[in-house]
Design a protein around this ligand. Structure first.
Ligand code: SF4
Length: 468
C-alpha cells in the first residue's frame, strides 16, 4: 500500500501496517511508528495547522504557482513544407499568404511576456516551420533582449524546427544568442519519412544533414530531438532507442501522440490505445535501464520528470504536469494571427473550430487575458487536489491537471477520471515506477536517483533514501 501526504513524502506499507494505520492502531512502539512520524505521514495528536517545515515544503513544491506565465510560445508562421500526418490542421502550404505573424503583433506579444512576473522567461518559436521566418525570429530576439535591459529577467530562447531551412548564418545567430534548438526525429528513415512527408520525400536524410551542420556550429549537445510516436514506432522500442543512441543523443522523451491536430480518419490509421503505449514504454524503459546498468548513461526524459516529483522536494518545471495546471497560468501561446491561447493543444482545438479556448488578442493586457472567460473556465479544472478522483488519489502530490485535454475529450475542464486517458496513463506510470522503486536493485535505484536529481550516476554514492 502506498501512502503519501501533501508534501510528497511517501511510504510503502504492508496490508497489515496499512490496516493498523487507518484503524488508528499504529501505536507508539510499532516498528513503523517513528519512521511514519518522521515522514509526516502520522501524527499522534490532532493538529490544525501544518508546521513551518511542512509549509515550506509545500511552497517549494508549488513555487511555480506565483510566477505567472513563464513559457511564451510564438507561432511566427503557420507555413511549413512538411505535411505530417499528425499535424494536418496546424500548418499552411509553404507558399500560402496570410499565415505569418505581423511585426506589430510580435512586438505586442513581447509586451505581454514582460508583464508576467516570472523571474525566468522562456520564449519558444514554433510553427509551422519557424525557420521560414527567421528574420522575424531575429527581430523578436533582439527586441526581447533590449526590453530585458530594463526588466532584468533570466531570459532564454528555444526553437522547434525541422532545421532544414536554417543557413549557417542562422545557426551562428542561434549560437550567439543562445537559442536552443529542438527537432523531430521519428525513428529510422522509413518511419520518419512515412510520418513526415516533405516534397522530396527525404525528410530524414535532410534532418540528419542539418543536425550535423547545427552540431558543427552550436556544439554536440546543443540540439535536442523528440520522436512523435505513431503506431509503427510502438512495434520496436529497442530500435527507436538505438536510433537515438546511434545519432549521439544522451536521452529520449517518450510520450504518446497528442490527440489534437489531425483528422479522425488519420487518428484511426496512426493512433493507438494508451495501453499499447504503456506496454511500449515499459519495454523501452527496461532496455534503457539495462544500458545504464552496463555503464552507458542514457535517460528517458519523462521518467526523469516523474521521478523528480516522486523523489525530490522540487517540481520539474514541466508544464503538462502541474497543479495548478500550466495551461494559461504557466504558458501562453501567441498564434500567427495575434490570438492568444493557454496551450498549443488549445490552439489546435481552435483550428478545428472549438473557440472556447481563445483568451483574447496580443494587444490585450496580460491581466485581461488572464481573467478572460477561457482562463476562468479552464481554472475550474486546473487544481488537481480539488478534482473528483484526484483529491483522494495517492499520486496527486506528483501528478498534475490537464484541463485542456479534459475539456476537449470530456466537454468540460474537470473531466471524468474514470474515463480519462491522462489519468490512466499517469496512474499506470506512477504504479510502475513505485513498484520498480520498491523492488529495485542498487543499479536501478542509482539510475533513478541520478535522473531525478539531474546528476551523473557517479554522483550517487549510496542509493539509500528510497523507501523499500
Ligand atoms: S493519477 Fe489520475 S486520479 Fe491520480 S492525481 Fe493523476 S489524474 Fe488524478
Amino acid at each position: 500500500m502506498l501512502v503519501t501526504n501533501d508534501f510528497g513524502d511517501y511510504a510503502v506499507l504492508s496490508a497489515a501496517e496499512h490496516e493498523a494505520l487507518t484503524a488508528d492502531a499504529l501505536l507508539l512502539g510499532h516498528p513503523r511508528h517513528a519512521d511514519l512520524e518522521a515522514r509526516a505521514l502520522l501524527h499522534d495528536t490532532p493538529r490544525e495547522h501544518w508546521s513551518d517545515l511542512e509549509s515550506a515544503a509545500y511552497a517549494t513544491r508549488k513555487s511555480f504557482a506565483l510566477d505567472g506565465p513563464s513559457l511564451h510560445i510564438f507561432v511566427v508562421t503557420l507555413r511549413c513544407d512538411h505535411s505530417c500526418q499528425y499535424c494536418q490542421v496546424s500548418r499552411a502550404a509553404v507558399d500560402a499568404a496570410g499565415f505569418d505573424m505581423s511585426l506589430d503583433d510580435a512586438y505586442a506579444a513581447l509586451d505581454r511576456v514582460f508583464e508576467a512576473p516570472a523571474p525566468a522567461l522562456t520564449i519558444e518559436f514554433q510553427g509551422g516551420e519557424p525557420a521560414l521566418r527567421f528574420d522575424l525570429v531575429r527581430a523578436i530576439v533582439e527586441r526581447a533582449q533590449a526590453l530585458n535591459e530594463t526588466h532584468d529577467r533570466k531570459l532564454s530562447f528555444a526553437m522547434v524546427s525541422t532545421l532544414h531551412h536554417l543557413s549557417d548564418d542562422d545557426l551562428a545567430y542561434c549560437r550567439d544568442h543562445e537559442i536552443r534548438l529542438s527537432t523531430s526525429i521519428d525513428g529510422p528513415a522509413e518511419w520518419h519519412d512515412a510520418n513526415r512527408p516533405n516534397p522530396g520525400r527525404d525528410s530524414w536524410a535532410r534532418t540528419l544533414h542539418a543536425l550535423a551542420r547545427a552540431r558543427a556550429v552550436l556544439g554536440d549537445h546543443a540540439v535536442s530531438a523528440l520522436p512523435t510516436l505513431t503506431r509503427r514506432a510502438l512495434s520496436d522500442p529497442k530500435l527507436l532507442v538505438d536510433h537515438y543512441r546511434d545519432l549521439g543523443f544522451p536521452s529520449i522523451f517518450l510520450r504518446p501522440i497528442s490527440p489534437y491536430g489531425f483528422a479522425l480518419k488519420t487518428r484511426r490509421a496512426i493512433g493507438y490505445e494508451m495501453s499499447d503505449f504503456l506496454a511500449f514504454y515499459e519495454a523501452a524503459l527496461d532496455y534503457i535501464l539495462e544500458l545504464n546498468a552496463s555503464g552507458e548513461p542514457f535517460e528517458e526524459t519523462y521518467t526523469a520528470i516523474l521521478l523528480r516529483h516522486m523523489l525530490t522536494p522540487f517540481h520539474s518545471g514541466y508544464m503538462d504536469l502541474r497543479s495548478p495546471a500550466g495551461a494559461g497560468l504557466g504558458v501562453l501561446v501567441y498564434d500567427y494571427d495575434g490570438r492568444v491561447y493557454p496551450a498549443d493543444e488549445a490552439r489546435m482545438a481552435a483550428r478545428t473550430g472549438d473557440d472556447r479556448f481563445a483568451m483574447g488578442r496580443v494587444t490585450d493586457a496580460l491581466d485581461t487575458l488572464m481573467s478572460s472567460p477561457a482562463v476562468r473556465w479552464l481554472a475550474t479544472g486546473s487544481v488537481a487536489e480539488t478534482l473528483p478522483g484526484c483529491s483522494e488519489c495517492a499520486f496527486v502530490p506528483f501528478c498534475g491537471a490537464d484541463p485542456v485535454y479534459h475539456a476537449a475529450a470530456h466537454g468540460d475542464p474537470i473531466g471524468d477520471r474514470a474515463n480519462s486517458a491522462f489519468c490512466f496513463k499517469h496512474k499506470s506510470l506512477f504504479t510502475l515506477l513505485f513498484n520498480r522503486l520498491t523492488d529495485a536493485d542498487a543499479s536501478t535505484l542509482t539510475t533513478f536517483l541520478a535522473w531525478a536529481m539531474g546528476k551523473p550516476r557517479s554522483d550517487i554514492l549510496a542509493p539509500g533514501h528510497v523507501d523499500r
